[in-house]
Design a protein around this ligand. Structure first.
Ligand code: CA
Length: 252
């Protein structure tokens, strides 16, 4: 597919044969020089462009100078931690939707959940397998650049404008990360139907990606938090014990 705005619509599945500007730019934020070099080598081999930052403050500067398509963000960094960098990325309107993969040397479960709750779209634990990391990067870029299915979806007081990538609830804008947007889009295409965590992983993350079913719970929590406002709106997502989740009027 040829985009009328070739420099804005980047499709990671079509990196071959495109000009260098059409190749996705990955910002590697990593203070271990050897690891940064290894990441750059492997990413460039896959056709990505790479920029680097070796501390948290520099990461924010790089993002402001040349907005990347995805950030690979180490947790433990000088000046500002990865968690703080991620928070600031999510707080700023122009980087709110920027895909972020958190890289952590910490293996405790609550750290992974904390990374996701801060706004990271995915996380990977050091030492990681390069093929697995590349698969996650591909999957996340695909989610972030999904060609809109056209048109609008509506459910109760929620509307999704797929082309403009906008969500409103009760007339007010709702800001969702790429994963939460895809989740809500999928639910709104099948209102009332209960989906297991595995079905949601297949539909939203893709069948070739291996993440723990618990990850779905974290993104559902983030989606709920975003669409339910400060608690003044009713929860439209029903948790079905031992089965999964549904977008459901019964929850209203
Ligand atoms: Ca580090």
């Amino acid at each position: 597919m040829i985009s009328p705005r070739p420099h804005e619509d980047r499709d990671p599945r079509m990196t071959e044969g495109l000009s260098s500007l059409a190749r996705p730019l990955v910002l590697v934020v990593e203070d271990e020089a050897a690891l940064a070099t290894m990441l750059r080598y492997n990413l460039e081999k896959q056709g990505y462009r790479v920029s680097e930052a070796s501390d948290g403050q520099e990461a924010l500067t790089r993002i402001a100078e040349a907005p990347p398509d995805l950030v690979l963000l180490d947790w433990m960094l000088p000046t500002l931690s990865g968690i703080e960098v991620c928070r600031q990325i999510r707080r700023r309107p122009n980087t709110r939707d920027l895909p972020v993969i958190m890289v952590t040397a910490r293996t405790e479960d609550q750290d992974a959940v904390r990374a996701l709750n801060t706004g990271a779209d995915d996380y990977i634990t050091k030492p990681f397998n390069m093929d697995s990391l590349l698969a996650r990067i591909r999957a996340l870029l695909r989610r972030a650049s999904t060609v809109p299915t056209k048109g609008r979806l509506a459910f109760h007081d929620i509307t999704m404008d797929l082309a403009a990538h906008r969500v409103q609830r009760d007339g007010k804008p709702v800001h969702l990360g790429p994963t939460e947007f895809r989740l809500l889009e999928f639910f709104m295409q099948h209102p009332g139907r209960v989906f297991s965590r595995e079905e949601l992983l297949d539909a939203v993350w893709g069948p070739d990606i291996h993440v723990e079913p618990r990850t779905v719970d974290v993104h559902i929590r983030r989606l709920r938090k975003s669409i339910n406002g400060e608690g003044e709106l009713l929860d439209v997502i029903r948790t079905v014990r031992a089965a999964g989740y549904a977008l459901d009027t019964e929850a209203l």
